[in-house]
Design a protein around this ligand. Structure first.
Ligand code: ADP
Length: 652
């Protein structure tokens, strides 16, 4: 597992440009298709231009061929006219003239000889109706024929080439443009074009097709010139240049665009789901980061070399560094105590070897400001997604405050024990003084009696008298010493002030919580929080409660089973006293009276001293209270004491 990273955006942020990433392939494809379309359009225009060029060339070429043909026919007619000039040829002779027959074999439908006055002199062939004289147009036979006419002149006149020369008539040959076209049209032109001859009114004279020209067919028209005036030769290309958007590449491009659009849509879906997942991941990472930072527990991840790969903010704050200052560091760590580096290193090696105690271990670190930080460290293996160990993960508790409290508590206990010892010594001394007072007084009286007797006798031994006097003095001295010691040890006056018994009881239970736990005793507190305060020295009364609870624990513990203690505080004596009772389910006191139990040095415990209850009684009586014992409802003993309720300012 890699160290948890701060959230990073794989799309480099949520800019609109990145959000529309899915549409980029579609846009690029559109640009590409537009390029292809443009290229196809240019290709189409080139092809159309090429077709037009060849159309024009072919039209001009055909027109010149047809004109050449007509010119040749005109020349033939002119040769006939020359042959007829100045000759009186009969109509039959004309019809049999070789040039006439030759022309009729070619394209001429008929040939007429008209004299200078416009009268028909001869016509060939004889079965064909002659045209109306001087027809120049194409009206005959539904406009499907053409005419060639040449004047008949003598040779001299022709040489003079004068327009004013007298004419001897005219030869008019009727021909079929369709025949000319049919015979003279090259096959390759016929296969490429529809060819028409049209007049000025767009009426078709001759056409190689019966169909009409379509609007999208390229065509070109050239005038036929003098040989066929008022007629146009029109070529219409059969081949059409396909429109660019109807071509195969465009169909393929269309399909391509469709597929790209589909792919873009799918990409968009995918990106949205990735984006949603990323959003969820980012939220989760933010949550996790916030949780980690808000934890009271420090977290530390190390790789197999012991390098810190992650620390959370809590841990960094614990030792006064920033997380980035710690991440990447190898031991020795800056938060190790400089005087303790060797031990820290040993512990580190042990942890790296996987031998850190499972229940955690305590350690002492050093804050950046030099203060000591006590921590509890729990080490666990760090594994990646495949289950391979890649380092160590530790959770770290700051126990500095707990340690400080424990230390304070320990010192408090020591002080209390010291006080208890002092109190006990005082009580012992007091008891001794009380107990020794009588024998010493007796010694002094006896001594005085003996001394008086000796003095009353005759010739008393002065040395005996002196010794007895000294003895009396020493006895009195011993009595004074004992009294002084007692006075000294019990001289201190209790600090009587208002004090709340529930608080005193809570404090005592708190002090004894280890003994309670050790004896597996359950302590129930029945403390009325509304109780009035008592007038007492809280420290001394706390010692009494501690002693009673400790005795109850010992009694319960002696049964060899988990037991129960009930500590109650209530009003008694018509509200003038607060009575505190410590009851247990131990063996009880077997009818023992409070006087017997409180007798100095009375104990049933092997290591007991028998002064506890005696001291308790002295303290309670010092407060004008009463210590008592009775049978507990729980089955054991119930020790109780009463203290007077605090009545406002009163002197002790
Ligand atoms: P110590 O605890 O040193 O024995 P104490 O004066 O405190 O001295 O107690 C005197 C004796 O009173 C104890 O040895 C015990 O026999 C008896 N005693 C005190 N408290 C209890 C109790 N709760 N149940 C039974 N016996 C008790």
């Amino acid at each position: 597992m890699a160290a948890p990273q701060r959230p990073a955006h794989w799309l480099g942020g949520r800019s609109p440009l990145m959000k529309s990433l899915w549409a980029w392939p579609l846009v690029l494809s559109l640009v590409f298709v537009m390029g292809v379309a443009r290229w196809l359009h240019a290709e189409q225009e080139d092809a159309q231009e090429a077709l037009r060029q060849s159309l024009i060339t072919d039209a001009l070429s055909l027109e010149s061929q047809l004109n050449a043909r007509l010119e040749a026919e005109a020349n033939s007619l002119r040769a006939l006219a020359d042959a007829l000039a100045g000759q009186a040829m009969s109509a039959e002779g004309f019809q049999q003239h070789p040039l006439v027959l030759d022309g009729l074999r070619r394209f001429w439908i008929s040939v007429s000889w008209v004299d200078a006055q416009g009268r028909l002199r001869a016509h060939a062939p004889s079965d064909v109706v002659p045209p109306r004289a001087r027809v120049r147009g194409l009206e005959d036979e539904g406009g499907l024929t053409g005419h060639l006419s040449v004047p008949i002149q003598s040779a001299q006149a022709a040489e003079m080439a004068s327009r004013a020369a007298p004419s001897q008539g005219q030869l008019v040959a009727r021909y079929s443009p369709a025949s000319i076209l049919r015979q003279k049209l090259p096959w390759w032109l016929a296969s490429k074009y529809d060819i028409r001859l049209v007049d000025l009114d767009d009426d078709v004279i001759v056409s190689t097709t019966t169909g009409l020209r379509q609007p999208d067919q390229p065509w070109y028209r050239v005038p036929m010139g003098a040989s066929l005036p008022n007629a146009w030769l029109e070529l219409t290309a059969r081949q059409r240049v396909p429109l660019w958007w109807q071509s195969m590449p465009m169909a393929l491009m269309g399909g391509f665009l469709l597929l790209v659009a589909l792919a873009a849509l799918m990409l968009r879906q995918q990106m949205r789901s990735v984006s949603r997942a990323e959003e969820a991941w980012r939220t989760e990472a933010a949550w996790r980061s916030a949780m980690e930072d808000s934890l009271a527990v420090g977290i530390r991840a190390r790789d197999m070399d012991g390098r810190l790969i992650y620390v959370n903010k809590t841990l960094a704050d614990m030792v006064g560094y920033r997380p980035d200052e710690l991440e990447g560091l190898l031991p020795p760590m800056p938060y190790w105590v400089p005087d303790d580096l060797e031990d820290s290193m040993k512990r580190h090696r042990r942890n790296m070897a996987g031998q850190a105690p499972r229940e955690g271990y305590e350690s002492r670190w050093q804050h950046r400001d030099g203060s000591a930080v006590d921590v509890m460290v729990f080490e666990a293996p760090l594994v990646d997604a495949k289950g391979h160990q890649i380092g160590w993960m530790a959770s770290i508790l700051n126990i500095t405050e707990r340690k400080r409290l424990e230390e304070r508590e320990r010192k408090q206990m020591e002080t209390m024990a010291h006080h208890a010892r002092l109190t006990m010594i005082g009580e012992v001394a007091s008891t001794l003084a009380h107990e020794l007072n009588q024998p010493l007084s007796a010694i002094a009286s006896y001594n005085a009696g003996v001394l008086n007797s000796l003095k009353a006798s005759q010739a008393p031994e002065p040395r005996v008298l002196q010794a007895l006097e000294r003895m009396g003095e020493q006895a009195a001295h011993a009595g004074r010493i004992v009294r002084r010691i007692r006075e000294f040890l019990t001289r201190h006056e209790p600090q009587l002030e208002p004090c709340a018994m529930p608080e005193v009881v809570h404090s005592a239970v708190q002090l004894l919580r280890r003994d309670i736990a050790r004896h597996q005793v359950q302590v129930d507190l029945l403390l009325d929080p509304q109780l009035p305060e008592v007038r007492a020295d809280a420290v001394l009364v706390e010692q009494v409660v501690v002693n009673l609870i400790r005795n109850a624990c010992d009694a319960v513990g002696s049964m060899g089973r988990p037991g129960c203690i009930r500590v109650g505080a209530e009003l008694s004596g018509q509200g003038r006293f607060v009575k505190v009772t410590v009851a247990d389910d131990g063996p009880g006191v077997a009818g023992g009276t409070i006087d017997a139990l409180c007798a100095p040095f009375y104990t049933t415990k092997t290591e007991g001293m028998g002064m506890g209850l005696a001291i308790c009684r002295s303290i309670i009586e010092l407060h004008c209270g009463v210590l008592d014992v009775e049978c507990s409802v729980l089955g054991g003993a119930a020790f109780s004491f009463s203290l007077p309720v605090y009545q406002g300012d009163e002197t002790s």
